[in-house]
Design a binder for this molecule. Structure first.
Ligand code: HEC
Length: 289
């Protein structure tokens, strides 16, 4: 009898201990775990969603004028910006009234021929703004020259040691594929850029989205630091959203093509299923089974 009474008591004690353990673990997790990123409805989120190329262009501008001071994007060359599916892809179109040929960014609704990247004036202008350190063909000494479309994005630091030395020991990671390299992807990057609350600990900035809660990157965005020509708001939130869209494009430039192919394959499979069903009906017509 004493044994029977003892069992529920032991169970109760055990469950109390379990609850206490869970509570302790929960508190520990809450202290160390980063905030869940805010879910932003990006145009590329859905299975058929595309990039908003105006947004990707603005995001490139933000990267160039703000982030490129500290972050490289080694996998990107200037020419990538002007390839088909890129934010500065150019097309020649004939004006219906004057018959004159003009060039525009982005594919026209109909017609238009793609402009080779080496002839793309926007890409050439962007590349030539960069100063690339190359070898002088005559002297063999390092020498600066304007960038060309075939050059890779200029890295702000010659190597990681220099990058750390300029950033209080922290290394600004390469941003070529950062949205793929971080859990939470684009939503994480956007939340991180918007997550500063002004609190500091030594030289580190409090940011609840960053694992550990304190990041060495100073808040990079301020209102009105980048001038937009398309009338979009020049707010920190707009900058963060646009630069994130650019980083997503950079990490996955062939997404639109892939989704299109996926839809074609899906359509083909549906048509095939319908045909197979009709054939099955035909073959078994009049048979009792
Ligand atoms: C003044 C230099 C500086 C500028 C400007 C800057 N960053 Fe950073 N960034 C850093 C440093 C340093 C780190 C590494 C932080 C760390 O490890 O604590 C970092 C880290 C990051 C990370 C990685 C966070 C992670 O999860 O590891 C992302 C993403 C990022 N920066 C995006 C940007 C974007 C986008 C911009 C432009 C809007 C930008 N940064 C501008 C210095 C900079």
């Amino acid at each position: 009898m004493a044994k029977r009474k003892g069992l529920p008591k032991m169970l109760r004690a055990l469950s109390a201990a379990a609850i206490a353990a869970i509570a302790v673990a929960g508190v520990a997790l809450a202290a160390g775990a980063a905030h869940h990123p805010e879910d932003h409805p990006f145009s590329f989120d859905s299975p058929v969603g595309n990039y908003d190329m105006g947004q990707v262009q603005r995001g490139f501008q933000v990267y160039q004028q703000v982030c490129a001071a500290c972050h490289g994007m080694d996998n990107l060359a200037y020419r990538h910006l002007g390839e088909e599916g890129g934010p500065f892809a150019a097309y020649r179109v004939r004006d219906h009234e004057t018959g004159e040929m003009t060039m525009q960014i982005g594919r026209p609704a109909h017609g238009g021929s793609f402009v080779a990247v080496t002839d793309n004036p926007w890409v050439r202008a962007i590349a030539s703004e960069a100063t690339i350190t190359d070898i002088d063909p005559n002297s063999g000494q390092p020498a600066d020259r304007p960038g060309r479309p075939s050059d890779h994005f200029r890295n702000p630091f010659p190597n990681e040691i220099a990058a750390r030395a300029s950033n209080g020991g922290a290394h600004p990671p390469d941003l070529s594929s950062i949205t793929l390299a971080r859990h939470g992807g684009a939503d994480y990057i956007r939340s991180l850029l918007l997550g500063y609350d002004g609190e500091m600990q030594g030289t580190l900035y409090h940011n609840p989205y960053f694992p550990g809660g304190y990041i060495a990157m100073p808040p990079p965005l301020n209102p009105d630091v980048v001038l937009y020509t398309d009338g979009s708001p020049t707010t920190v939130e707009q900058y963060a959203t646009d630069v994130t869209a650019f980083l997503q494009w950079a990490a996955d430039p062939h997404m639109e093509q892939r989704k299109r192919t996926g839809l074609v394959v899906l359509g083909f499979l549906l048509a095939l299923s319908a045909l197979l069903y009709l054939a099955y009906k035909q073959v078994w017509r009049g048979e009792s089974h």
